[in-house]
Design a protein around this ligand. Structure first.
Ligand code: PLP
Length: 388
């Protein structure tokens, strides 16, 4: 019996050929493949600018830097995310503040954002959890009222649509990840998208030490014609992507729509098969959204810590990889030490009852049937035990 993981990349011969071409070329990094990937990505998402970067965490760090986050600035985000979202704020001395989730979409609740705003609030990071776009109209209205920058954490949301526009175009900047479990992969890799030229200039310098070689940006006078000259203008990082990764990214992006179509098909089938089973809770989508389903989340109404352990073992025995996204960020020991009051009751309830079931484009129909059979068997045998 083969093991079905919760996620897996799809690499084909075109991807391999694209990488091998770069290995035979003159540039392994800072070459032409970077701009090629950036242009293709900007066109795919529908933004003016895209900046390729070492990974999704670096993309978030860069976006927070460009947004001007600094010591003491508060940034409101969801606790239901990978720690990297909040870490990117801490890297800059900022303070992540957690607003609770909406119990139906599992995305950040705009009403709780509003409650958490203080005079120190500078930005909102909206995570499109599982590939479902956040309630962006509400979030942008709050941001406009309080002069906040909106950053999308679109690591789950390549190709997801909100009112006819793709994730990555819905805030002031957006961060994407190309880790192998995400929609497309470059091994490690990320991208920041924006329509704002000033953010774009900062992002490009941030990924390479804060250094520029563009004469029109030089702060020191008299060097406009010096081909040898360059300037470091702020403290940046080496967050560059290689040409090897960028070539893989361009090749993967050509298949993105096919990957997403397959994810949407599998998600629809999960929904059809599971929605009428008593005790199972499925995610709801906002009207006007077309999620790209990075994850498919189920909640079982009678799970608690012990039963969740039993459920994971039950699925493992049947060769099915279940997972959990995410432990509320403020519950990690490191965040507990920061000792901030940020308990989010709906995220806590979600943690007790939710888990991620396998979903990836290469998943075969027969594999999905195995997952469905196992869940149905668990619900039939265990829910009755519980309720009698
Ligand atoms: C994957 C992910 C990241 C980080 O991306 P990396 O490429 O792994 O650094 C950030 N936020 C969310 C929501 C993610 O899923």
């Amino acid at each position: 019996m083969d093991f079905i993981p919760y996620a897996k990349q799809w690499i084909d011969e075109d991807d391999i050929a694209a990488v091998v071409d770069v290995l035979r070329s003159d540039f392994l990094t800072t070459g032409p493949k970077i701009e090629e990937f950036e242009n293709a990505f900007a066109q795919y998402t529908g933004v003016r600018y895209a900046v390729a970067i070492a990974n999704g965490t670096a993309a978030l760090h860069a976006a927070c830097f460009a947004a001007g986050i600094g010591p003491g600035d508060e940034v409101i985000t969801t606790p239901l995310t990978f720690a990297a979202t909040a870490n990117s704020v801490l890297y800059l001395g900022g303070i992540p503040v957690f607003a609770d989730i909406d119990p139906e979409t599992y995305n950040i609740d705009p009403k709780d954002i509003e409650r958490k705003i203080t005079t120190a609030t500078k930005a909102i990071i909206a995570v499109h959890y599982a590939g479902q776009p956040c309630d962006m109209d509400a979030i942008k209205a709050i941001a406009a009222k309080h002069h906040l920058t909106v950053i999308e954490d679109a690591a789950h949301a390549l190709g997801a649509e909100y009112k006819g526009r793709k994730a990555g175009t819905l805030g002031d900047m957006a961060a994407f990840s190309f880790h192998p479990v995400k929609h497309i992969t470059t091994g490690e890799g990320g991208m920041v998208t924006t329509d704002n030229k000033e953010f774009y200039e900062v992002l490009k310098k941030f990924r390479s030490h804060g250094i520029t070689r563009s004469a029109d940006e030089f702060l020191h006078p008299g060097h406009a014609d010096d081909a040898w000259y360059y300037e470091q203008q702020f403290l940046g990082y080496n967050y560059r992507m290689t040409d090897i990764q960028a070539a893989l990214g361009t090749s993967q992006l050509k298949k993105a729509d096919m990957f997403i179509e397959r994810r949407r098909y599998l998600a629809r089938h999960y929904r059809e098969e599971l929605q009428s089973i008593p005790g199972l809770i499925l995610p709801e989508s906002l009207p006007g959204t077309d999620p790209s389903w990075h994850l498919f989340i189920l909640q079982v109404d009678f799970l608690d810590d012990n039963r969740k352990k039993e459920f994971f073992a039950f699925m493992q025995e049947r060769g099915i990889g279940v997972n959990f996204h995410y432990i509320p960020v403020y519950r990690h020991p490191f965040y507990e030490k920061l000792n901030r009051d940020c308990f989010c009751p709906l995220s806590e309830m979600f943690m007790a009852r939710a888990f991620t079931i396998p979903l990836y484009p290469a998943m075969q129909d027969a594999q999905q049937e195995r997952v469905l059979q196992a869940i149905k068997e668990y619900m039939q045998t265990k829910r009755e035990d519980y309720y009698v």
